[in-house]
Design a binder for this molecule. Structure first.
Ligand code: APR
Length: 168
């Protein structure tokens, strides 16, 4: 039901949807956003152009093209500004929005990156706690609708932090 993986989210082959830590333009970027667009190919950006951006904390869904899954769910996480600009609520909203879209589209297995903890500098420990609490609450409120929620972490430290949050 819940698990962490140390690896590259573009290489995950056993989920229906992967989540992209995007920016509000939805027109690509660096980090995991760049990796997902590179792996999906140019048609992903073509579809993203039709979406006209996305608000922080919300999510939009597209096809996955050359990626080994069915959907990419794009969510702009909050940029950490010290914790007094509702960053925590916005990050929780990212997870909630992605899970709602997954269920609406019948995606029962979903993989997340560590949203906002790279370029957006959200403290990893806090982000992991918010991610896990939000996912667990969603599953309680939507019994039977999701089979697997996993986090695919790109470095050892982040992986250990999420593993600890999940076991906590
Ligand atoms: N697979 C899984 N995780 C990855 C990958 C990958 N291929 N590449 C990077 N990551 C990890 C980072 O190491 C970090 O732990 O994703 C996490 C989120 O980091 P960012 O990709 O920098 O995302 P974020 O902090 O949400 O910032 C979003 O960065 O790339 C731009 O366009 C994006 O403007 C947006 C901003």
């Amino acid at each position: 039901m819940f698990r962490t993986i140390r690896g590259d989210i573009t290489k995950v082959t056993d989920v229906d949807a992967i989540v992209n830590a995007a920016n509000t333009s939805l027109l690509g970027g660096g980090g995991v956003d760049g990796a997902i667009h590179r792996a999906a190919g140019p048609k992903l950006l073509e579809e993203c152009r039709t979406l006209h951006g996305c608000e922080t904390g919300k999510a939009k869904i597209t096809g996955a093209y050359e990626l080994p899954c069915s959907y990419v769910i794009h969510t702009p996480g909050p940029i950490w500004q010290g914790g007094h600009k509702k960053e925590r609520e916005l990050l929780a909203s990212c997870y909630q929005s992605c899970l709602e879209l997954a269920v609406q589209h019948g995606a029962r297995r979903i993989a997340f990156p560590s949203i906002s903890t790279g370029v957006y500098h959200f403290p990893v420990e806090e982000a992991a706690g918010i991610a896990v609490r939000t996912a667990k609450r969603f599953v309680q409120e939507h019994p039977g609708e999701l089979e697997l929620i996993e986090w695919v972490l790109f470095d050892d430290h982040t992986w250990k932090v999420y593993e600890k949050a999940l076991q906590g």
